[in-house]
Design a protein around this ligand. Structure first.
Ligand SMILES: Cc1ncc(COP(=O)(O)O)c(C=O)c1O
Length: 336
């Protein structure tokens, strides 16, 4: 089976397992696991932030950040397509009692003008605008990236209005590699960043939240309350360290393979259009008379696993277990 459902399906290779096996460990709730500390500091330094916090998932790192930035009744400005709104189980409301101001647009990218237009006036009728949250790359937008210029303009609007800016950087390294960016610039733009190790980087689990000293101190407390305080968890942080050392540059291959697949998908008779492909995600819209579940089943018969992605939409994601030959096989099979 060729599995294009997500870049989360990869399994650790032997070298990554060896790194996990030989990791130095300690009790991380006591902040005594050297491998976790190494991972947290490595990412904080890379992005020019003070500190990091290792968590089990990207949902948890996002939800901790939202919980710190927002009080009940406050409002976060984000895209209607964002992961924090669509796929975190209503956590914004459930965990933080906060409201959302959703910006429309199928790519999931929002602009500085959108932000400026959606900040509520200081009036008792409205929720208090308290946070702006971006996602880079945008998952539902087909892995599209922000330009550094746009992120900086958004940060300016935030600064003027005293709003912190959070980034869901589940696939931040895909954007960095695609646009040849300096991670330090992200540290200047954002107040908090959630970074996933379990997507394109290929670790079995783990995300790191980075921010300033005080923010990470508060995050540690919220992580404990959310049940995310872990003990000898260097055993998985070691996979994260391995991934950062070995799997960043190779993301370029995933982007290349996604482009190959996108070209074939565009020609497929079932497909009406596809979103622009910038990184490792391909989102296709089916012709109106076609059903996305049938498309998924048809590909399953050809030994290709994909997922439906909302009405009339399908998604394919490339990752480190998809090599050039596999991508070519997918291209061949899309010839109908
Ligand atoms: C953009 C984005 N943010 C956050 C997450 C959440 O990550 P996790 O599955 O580790 O909770 C995902 C997961 O796919 C994602 O795509």
């Amino acid at each position: 089976m060729i599995d294009l459902r997500s870049d989360t399906v990869t399994k650790p290779n032997e070298e990554m397992k060896q790194a996990m096996f030989s990791a130095e460990l300690g009790d991380d709730v006591f902040e005594e696991d050297p491998t976790v500390v190494e991972l947290e500091n490595r990412l904080a330094n890379m992005f020019g932030m003070d500190a990091g916090l290792f968590c089990p998932s990207g949902t948890m790192t996002n939800q901790i950040a939202l919980n710190i930035h927002l009080d009940p009744g406050d409002e976060v400005i984000c895209s209607r397509e964002s992961h924090i709104y669509n796929y975190e189980g209503g956590g914004i409301a459930k965990n933080s009692g906060a409201s959302v101001r959703l910006i429309e647009g199928e790519t999931g990218l929002i602009t500085s003008q959108d932000v400026a237009n959606n900040i509520n006036p200081d009036d008792v009728h409205y929720p208090i605008s308290k946070l702006v949250a971006l996602e880079n790359t945008c998952n539902r937008g087909g892995g599209i990236c922000y330009s550094m210029g746009e992120m900086k303009s958004i940060a300016e609007v935030c600064m003027k209005n005293n709003l912190p800016l959070h980034l869901d950087g589940a696939r931040i390294f895909n954007a960095i590699v695609k646009n040849n960016e300096n991670p330090l610039e992200y540290g200047e733009v954002f107040n908090s960043i959630s970074i996933c190790l379990s997507k394109g980087l290929g670790a079995p689990l783990g995300s790191v939240l980075i921010g300033d000293q005080q923010f990470i101190k508060k995050s540690r407390r919220v992580r404990k309350v959310f049940g995310g305080g872990m003990r000898q968890v260097g055993v998985v942080a070691a996979a994260g360290n391995y991934a950062l050392e070995n799997n960043i540059e190779r993301l370029k291959n995933d982007h290349l393979h996604a482009k190959m697949i996108a070209q074939a998908l565009r020609k497929c008779s079932w497909i009406n259009s596809i979103l622009p492909v910038e990184t490792n995600i391909v989102v296709g819209y089916l012709n109106e008379d076609r059903d996305n579940n049938e498309f998924v089943e048809l590909l399953a018969k050809k030994n290709i696993k994909i997922i439906p992605f909302g009405k009339g939409r399908i998604r394919m994601v490339t990752h480190l277990e998809i090599n050039k030959q596999t991508a070519e096989k997918v291209v061949e099979e899309l010839n109908f």
